[in-house]
Ligand binder design. Structure first.
Ligand SMILES: [Mn+2]
Length: 329
């Protein structure tokens, strides 16, 4: 196998893993395919090495990723202090400690290892391996396993393939380098099966999800002389369609897909908190939406980012409109 990026020093990560007895793997709230794929891949590899590993996410595993091996072993919900902790906690694909959603007591007595590819990562770990050259945290796990000389099982290969598939928008984004395609080929050699994985991830939507897509696209507006596209979801739309937050994944990509649109904006209500909104951005060619999100208190990548905002829908919308309009001014 060939590493995706060859000049990364994995030694501090390997030392931390080698020295740990109990390891906890965690990813961010509202986890995506990269967070889950990285977690399950590393679980498979570390248990194979004889480590005692547990997994825990505030939001568990989204349904579309439950087909992956070990998905049933991920704990979810609020962490209780009587739950057995680890001496090493590995945070995967997460830019800030707050996004892990855990209370301070969760980290007591443990070393926190932060493995991520977000340029905006806050370097919140005791050990940080953050490298924005990677297309996905899953690709970092691939390189880590090569560095560890750990065999890549079919389960691990499938999990990493899923991580990379979803974080590159099916190998379409600019981060899909030749090395990423070579990794994909090696993952397929190791047992990952592209079409069944795609069917689970992209071809298994519930009908309610399609109804939500239709309702969401009904809110589509184009501004800034055709350069920004806007969609949103309010709480009544969840009630009308029967969809849940997992069904809103990917809707913003339809807004970006419009010819001439450079920035897509997706505002959706937080289903758990009143007057709290998740704002997502996607860029196409020349706009750095990571900086856009940062100007609103969030973060992310050059082409994909987001932030949380409070207020009424109209207040949030108008703040975001001002920020977007400044970009095109
Ligand atoms: Mn990622």
């Amino acid at each position: 196998m060939h590493s995706v990026i060859s000049d990364v020093n994995w030694q501090p990560v390997m030392d931390a893993i080698n020295g740990a007895e109990q390891i906890v793997l965690i990813t961010h709230c509202n986890p995506d395919g990269d967070g889950i794929g990285s977690q399950l891949a590393l679980y498979d590899a570390l248990t194979e090495l004889g480590k005692s590993v547990t997994m825990f996410n505030v939001d568990g595993v989204p349904r579309i990723y439950t087909f992956l091996d070990h998905a049933d072993k991920v704990g979810r919900g609020h962490w209780h202090s009587d739950t057995s902790g680890g001496d090493l906690i590995i945070a995967l694909d997460c830019g800030s400690k707050a996004r892990l959603g855990m209370p301070d007591a969760f980290y007591d007595g443990a070393t926190l290892l932060n493995i991520d590819h977000h340029a905006s990562n806050k370097l919140f770990g005791d050990i940080n391996l953050v490298d924005a050259r990677y297309c996905a945290t899953g690709a970092m796990i691939f390189d880590l396993l090569i560095a560890m000389k750990s065999p890549v099982s079919k389960a691990t290969a499938s999990a990493i393939y899923t991580a990379v598939l979803t974080d590159t928008a099916s190998f379409r984004l600019s981060n899909s380098t030749a090395a990423v395609y070579r990794m994909a080929a090696e993952l397929i050699d190791a047992g990952a099966r592209p079409w069944p994985i795609s069917v689970h991830v992209y071809e298994s939507r519930p009908l309610a999800g399609l109804k939500m897509m239709s309702a969401c696209l009904d809110t589509l507006e184009v501004h800034n002389e055709g350069r920004s596209a806007w969609v949103h979801i309010t709480s009544d739309m969840y009630e009308a369609t029967g969809a849940d937050v997992e069904d809103t994944e990917g809707l913003i990509d339809y807004a970006r897909s419009i010819d001439g649109v450079e920035v897509a904006v997706f505002i959706r209500c937080d289903e758990r908190r009143e007057n709290c909104w998740k704002v997502s951005f996607r860029g196409k060619t020349y706009v750095d939406v990571g900086a856009l999100a940062a100007s609103l208190g969030g973060g992310g990548h050059t082409y994909a980012s987001g932030c949380l905002m409070r207020g009424t829908f109209d207040e949030v919308r108008s703040s975001v409109e001002q920020a977007v309009t400044r970009i095109f001014a």
